[in-house]
Unconditional design. Structure first.
Length: 543
């Protein structure tokens, strides 16, 4: 192929992408490149029609995906199955019937190990009713780890001195994002020392004064750093729990234990703050472990067993015994118990062939996942298939389209070239680059106030948060008027600053154990407080 022909071909494909609003990165799709290579090898060939693509070839791809899934189903007998459920607000009876239908018709109760759902009371009641039936009493209900950690973060975010820092940071971000010129100045790293900031037409707004006061305060930055370091371990656990491939029962237990130890070290063992935080976190962790397979998975995981030797902890040994009694056949229970001592006293891999009964149930317990957050992405798969231009699909065809698309994605990930994967550029965080550049640039004007000794008071993070809390209260008490956009003498729109509300300590309130999950990071406090903002002492600006 000569140069001119190559350019014509590439330009033609570019037109196809642009005319159909297809993202350019889809050019890396392995199926697109495979189709191109096959076309080049075969030469001129008739193109498939739209009817053939949505008809006979959709059926063929669906049958191919079904056959591919049968390879996984062959492992169900050995490794067992975890049934994951999306978050629904349906009645308990409906959920009970649907879960039971899937187990009986698609999985088989003999292959089931556990059901993972969110902490909603409807799911909890439905699963509890199901697992109490004789036919399903070997199945365990496991609360979703992602949902549970998210509830931990929501509990801690209600502590006044944490809440005030988060709310103040949100307010500052909203202010800059609502004013493009100021936002652009921030990107150029001039911040409060720039002329654009000092001469801003928004300098009389309450949010301007609020942002300048806090962003120029070393104490606020110190308090913010303390909050970030405090919540970071749990946030890492949340991200780990949300991974679909490697988050197992034992893996999550190790991860959350590490996070708890980091929090204790950060807050100081025995401090009042540590006690309050642990009372919230421990309650959620216990709810995940009680009557589940999590502790048994940790004991049976060779990595944790020989690294920490948790089987010597009495309550962990009891949890393993209860788990075996729950999922094992009555005839095998005694044999398994006899092999547990062999596993505890000897190297697992050397004794692998000598504990066949324990091995059978160990594989079923250790290999199970702990989060159902992957199901939350099902709605996006359906939304991509049934669009506004394609909104009259019958159920059968839509089911095939979603199934083929989802399984093709999985196949592409399984067959991905590791060399090409490692060659991909990592995601760039502009904010992190900006901060690093600023901190190492001694000529940057921002460093003048960063290096000032007047306000540099080395304080404990909690003390700094308290001071910031009081400072924000004083800022709010000024009751300055604020408005969005530029001043307009003909039409002045003033925003009335809300009256300051007193903070209340949420620590003694009884929390609803089944709060709604907030994985996407959206602020759902309005729904929890009957449509208004929570009492935080900070005027809330809305888009």
């Amino acid at each position: 192929m000569d140069v001119d022909s190559r350019e014509v071909l590439r330009k033609a494909w570019a037109k196809f992408f642009q005319d159909n609003d297809i993202a350019e990165r889809k050019d890396d799709c392995p199926y697109f490149r495979a189709a191109m290579k096959i076309t080049q090898e075969l030469g001129p060939t008739p193109l498939p029609t739209a009817k053939e693509i949505g008809g006979m070839y959709l059926d063929k791809n669906y049958d191919e995906a079904t056959q591919w899934l049968k390879l996984f189903k062959q492992d169900w007998k050995n490794y067992g199955v975890t049934l994951m459920c999306d978050s629904w607000t349906s009645p308990t009876e409906f959920l009970y019937k649907e879960i039971k239908k899937v187990i009986d018709q698609e999985i088989g109760h003999e292959n089931m190990v556990q059901i993972v759902t969110d902490n909603g009371s409807n799911y909890k009641k439905a699963c509890k009713t199901l697992v109490e039936e004789p036919e399903y009493n070997h199945i365990v209900w496991q609360p979703c780890a992602t949902h549970t950690v998210n509830l931990m973060l929501k509990d801690l975010a209600k502590f006044p001195h944490i809440d005030v820092i988060i709310k103040s940071a949100k307010r500052i971000c909203r202010f800059f994002h609502n004013h493009n010129n100021l936002h652009d100045s921030m990107k150029k790293m001039k911040w409060m020392v720039s002329d654009n900031w000092k001469e801003s037409v928004y300098k009389n707004e309450a949010d301007y004064v609020f942002a300048e006061e806090l962003l120029s305060s070393n104490m606020w930055w110190s308090a913010l750093e303390w909050v970030l370091e405090f919540l970071e371990p749990l946030y890492r656990s949340l991200r780990y729990a949300d991974t679909q491939k490697r988050c197992t029962l034992s893996g999550f237990k190790k991860n959350i234990m590490s996070a708890v130890n980091e929090i204790r070290a950060h807050l100081g063992e025995g401090s009042e703050m540590c006690h309050r935080v642990m009372s919230k976190v421990s309650k959620r962790i216990e709810a995940m472990q009680n009557d589940t397979l999590m502790i048994a998975a940790v004991v049976l995981d060779p990595h944790t067993h020989y690294q920490i030797n948790m089987s010597k902890i009495p309550e962990y040994a009891t949890a393993l015994t209860d788990a075996i009694q729950k999922i094992a056949d009555p005839d095998s229970v005694v044999l398994v118990f006899n092999e547990i001592s062999t596993y505890r006293e000897s190297e697992w891999w050397f004794q692998f062939g000598e504990v066949p009964n324990l091995q059978k149930y160990a594989l079923r317990i250790v290999s199970q996942c702990v989060s159902s957050s992957g199901c939350e992405r099902n709605c996006s798969a359906f939304a991509l298939v049934q669009t506004r231009q394609r909104n009259r699909l019958l159920y059968g065809k839509m089911h095939k389209c979603v199934s083929v698309r989802h399984n093709l994605k999985i196949c592409a990930e399984e067959d991905q070239d590791p060399v090409r994967e490692n060659a991909k550029e990592k995601e760039v965080d502009p904010s992190a680059i900006m901060l690093d550049t600023t901190m190492f640039d001694e000529t940057n004007p921002m460093m003048e106030w960063l290096n000032e000794d007047e306000e540099r008071v080395i304080l404990d993070g909690a003390v700094a948060a308290t001071a910031v809390f009081e400072r924000i209260r004083s800022l709010n008490s000024s009751k300055k008027a604020s408005h969005l956009g530029r001043k307009d003498n003909s039409r002045k729109r003033k925003r009335v600053v809300e009256e300051e509300d007193e903070y209340t300590d949420f620590d003694d309130e009884e929390e609803d154990e089944y709060d709604d999950i907030d994985i996407d990071g959206q602020d759902d406090s309005a729904s929890e407080s009957g449509g208004g903002e929570p009492s935080c002492g900070i005027p809330q600006n809305h888009y």
